[in-house]
Design a protein around this ligand. Structure first.
Ligand code: TMP
Length: 211
C-alpha cells in the first residue's frame, strides 16, 4: 500500500490555523483522500496530558529544558501511536503544528540551541518529516489581537510581543531555507484569498496522489 502524506499547519498565535485546518481537510476529502486531523502538542491521551502541563499557567515555572523535552516527549508518543500507523495505512495526516513550531518557539522565541533541537528531531523522528508545511504568516499585532479575544490566555499566549516577533522571524527563516517543504501563506489577506493560496500549494501533492 502507498504511504500517506504528512501535512502540517504552522504559524504564530491567531493566524487562523483552526479555520484553515478544516478547510484543508474538506479540500482533501473532495479529492477522495482519506485524511485524519490531529495536533501538537497532543493527539494521544498521554500527549494531551503533556499538553496540559505545557499550556497551564501553574505556580511552578516551567524551565526551558523541561518545555523542550516535554514537546518531544509528546511528539514521540504521537508519532508512534497516531502518525506512523495512519501513514502506513495510506491515510494522509493533517497536523496542527509539528517540529517547525519547536524551531520557532523554543529555538526562536526562547533562544534555545538549534543544534539540540535538530538532534532531538533526528532521534525522535528518524526520517519522518512533513511532505508539506503550510506556514500561515501575519504581522504579530494582527495575530495577537485575534488571540487576545479568546476566553483565557494560555502560558504561551501570555508571552510578550517581542517573543512572538522572534517566533515569526524563526518561522520565516526556516521557510526560506526549506522552500520545497514550507509554503508561506499570507494570512493577513481575506479568508478566500488565504484559502486560494492554500489550494494552490496543495495541488501538486494531490495530483501526484492520483497519478
Ligand atoms: P496551539 O495553541 O496552536 O494549539 O499550540 C499550543 C502552543 O504550543 C502554541 O502557543 C505553540 C506552542 N508550541 C511550542 O512552543 N512548541 C512546539 O513544538 C509546539 C508543537 C507548540
Amino acid at each position: 500500500m502507498k504511504q500517506g502524506k504528512f501535512i502540517t499547519l504552522e504559524g504564530g498565535e491567531g493566524v487562523g490555523k483552526s479555520t484553515n485546518l478544516s478547510f484543508v481537510k474538506q479540500l482533501l476529502e473532495t479529492h477522495k483522500i482519506d485524511v485524519i486531523t490531529t495536533r501538537e502538542p497532543g493527539g494521544t491521551i498521554i500527549a494531551e496530558k503533556i499538553r496540559q502541563l505545557l499550556l497551564d499557567k501553574g505556580d511552578e515555572v516551567v524551565s526551558e529544558q523541561t518545555e523542550l523535552l516535554l514537546m518531544f516527549a509528546a511528539r514521540a508518543q504521537h508519532i508512534q501511536q497516531v502518525i506512523q500507523p495512519a501513514l502506513r495505512q495510506g491515510k494522509w495526516v493533517l497536523c496542527d503544528r509539528f517540529t517547525d513550531a519547536t524551531y520557532a518557539y523554543q529555538g526562536g522565541g526562547r533562544g534555545m540551541d538549534v543544534s539540540v533541537i535538530a538532534w532531538l528531531e533526528n532521534h525522535v523522528q528518524g526520517g519522518l518529516r512533513p511532505h508539506l508545511t503550510l506556514l500561515l504568516d501575519a504581522p504579530v499585532e494582527i495575530g495577537m489581537e485575534r488571540a487576545q479575544k479568546r476566553a483565557e490566555l494560555d502560558r504561551f499566549e501570555s508571552e510578550k510581543q517581542h517573543f512572538f516577533e522572534q517566533v515569526r522571524t524563526a518561522y520565516l527563516q526556516r521557510a526560506a531555507s526549506n522552500p520545497q517543504q514550507i509554503k508561506v501563506i499570507d494570512a493577513s489577506q481575506s479568508l478566500p484569498d488565504v484559502q486560494a493560496a492554500i489550494s494552490d500549494s496543495l495541488q501538486m501533492l494531490i495530483k501526484n496522489n492520483h497519478a
